[in-house]
Write a protein of this length. Structure first.
Length: 468
């Protein structure tokens, strides 16, 4: 006979309750007690169950599953095992399925011998169904988050990482378990950015949201590679309205940023010569005008007779001339000097920390370099001016250099016209010097190389006069 340690009142309450399934087994697994809760949940009355062993077949019709559950019940009786939160799926009398969560342990006689067990069950079918649905929804939601081609990171107030999606794993190169629970900033940001980004995080989590909704910072991957991420962030609140974490959606903009920087750089470059263009020059003109660069000298040079070269030898020859002048400038300038092509045939050089004596020497060197480098000879007209005091407007200095350059062009033009008249006279009198480095007289049209000799001759004389 079974001996219960509970009093009669407690046994009566247990027997009458419909909310909880309670049954007891003897040492052979037969049902001894079957309360109203067991009747309601299973659909079987105590008259159908008590003293009978076939209830196991009815509750668990699948033999392999039934044998597993029955063996567990006997272990509880014989070995004194205590079971908590053990779930089984029963088949009710009407054929429907229910999930029961069990608490079970054995009891003994006065000699301590196991003589049966008591099992308390709770119908968790709907709870489990709800959890399964929630789990499915969560998995579905996580699938969407993982399919999104953006990084998603949740960071709590202690700066610990609470959630990351697959994209974060992909970019960082770490598994999720190696990321979660770790301080995001200390573990995945470059040293030089940690404190600044932590400051931004504190402002976001303290509610300063609108101003800092977008932010860019680098992360460091498992392979020690820096990636630039553009973040959109918001905060997450609990039921009481307290901010508990931040949610950040990030996009890897490393390649885009590089491309943008490259495009920006190209926007400042003259595609023909590779020199800086006018846009860059005007930007630098504002930056360079500081006392540490005084005196600042400006040089403007203009390719002479570029139009004639283009008209006679074609634009390709003219382009080669401009490239040659640009290469000469690159060789002539120092590392901190600024050189740019600001017009079709016009170039400018900014020489920081260069006085008038220095700029004159630069111009002489440049003339010689241009003369030696040009495949098609074409002189350059040069003008220069120097800013010695901050009160002097750098743009006015540039205008002064520009005027000097045009004065030189005028002198050259006058000399060239006089030289051309002498050349025509010499041709008519046929007393022209016919040495190899001069032009020759012939009937009919001149060939391209013969035109080159004419252009060179027209320029050689005035250049020699100017440098004498």
């Amino acid at each position: 006979m079974l001996i219960f340690k509970h009093n009669d009142l407690l046994l009566k309450v247990i027997a009458e309750t419909e909310l909880i399934w309670v049954n007891t087994l003897d040492e052979n697994g037969n049902i001894v007690l079957w309360n109203k809760g067991a009747e309601k949940i299973s659909g079987y009355s105590k008259e159908e169950v008590v003293g009978k062993k076939d209830i196991w077949d009815l509750l668990y019709p699948d033999k392999s599953y039934r044998d597993k559950i029955f063996s567990k019940a006997i272990e509880i009786i014989k070995k004194g095992e205590i079971v908590k939160d053990f779930e089984t799926t029963i088949t009710r009398k009407d054929g429907s399925k229910r999930t029961i969560r069990w608490y079970s342990e054995n009891f003994t006689n006065t000699n301590g011998k196991p003589i049966g067990s008591v099992a308390i069950g709770i119908d968790v079918t709907y709870e489990k169904l709800l959890k399964d649905k929630l789990k499915a929804k969560k998995e579905e939601f996580e699938t969407y988050l993982n399919l999104a081609n953006i990084m998603l990171v949740v960071i709590d107030r202690e700066m610990k990482t609470k959630f990351v999606n697959k994209k974060v794993e992909e970019i960082l190169g770490y598994k999720r378990d190696d990321i979660l629970g770790k301080n995001w900033f200390d573990n995945f940001l470059p040293e030089e950015e940690k404190e600044e980004v932590k400051h931004v995080f504190r402002r976001i989590i303290n509610g300063d949201f609108e101003e800092l909704s977008y932010y860019e910072n680098h992360i460091v991957t498992k392979n020690s590679e820096k990636r630039l991420i553009g973040w959109y962030s918001t905060f997450l609140m609990d039921e009481a309205g307290n901010v508990v974490a931040t949610l950040s959606a990030g996009e890897d903009i490393t390649a885009v940023k590089k491309e943008t920087e490259q495009l920006k750089k190209l926007s400042f470059i003259d595609p023909l010569t590779g020199l800086n263009n006018r846009l860059f020059f005007e930007k630098e003109l504002q930056i360079i005008n500081t006392p540490k660069n005084y005196p600042i000298s400006m040089v403007i040079l203009d390719a002479d007779n570029l139009k004639e070269i283009n008209d006679t030898l074609g634009h390709k020859a003219g382009d080669e001339l401009l490239i040659s002048i640009a290469n000469s400038l690159k060789e002539a300038v120092r590392e901190n000097d600024i050189v740019a092509r600001i017009g079709g045939d016009e170039f400018v050089v900014i020489l920081p920390k260069t006085n008038e004596k220095g700029v004159k020497a630069f111009c002489r060197r440049l003339r010689n370099t241009c003369s030696d480098k040009n495949r098609v000879y074409c002189g350059v007209s040069i003008g220069y001016a120097t800013q010695n005091l901050p009160s002097e407007d750098l743009k006015k200095i540039l205008e002064k250099a520009d005027r000097k350059m045009y004065e030189e062009k005028k002198r050259k033009k006058a000399l060239k016209n006089g030289t051309l008249f002498n050349l025509i006279t010499a041709i008519e009198k046929k007393n022209l010097d016919l040495s190899e480095d001069k032009i020759m007289i012939k009937k009919g049209d001149l060939e391209d190389d013969e035109w080159v000799k004419i252009v060179k001759y027209l320029q050689e004389y005035p250049r020699a006069r100017l440098n004498s």
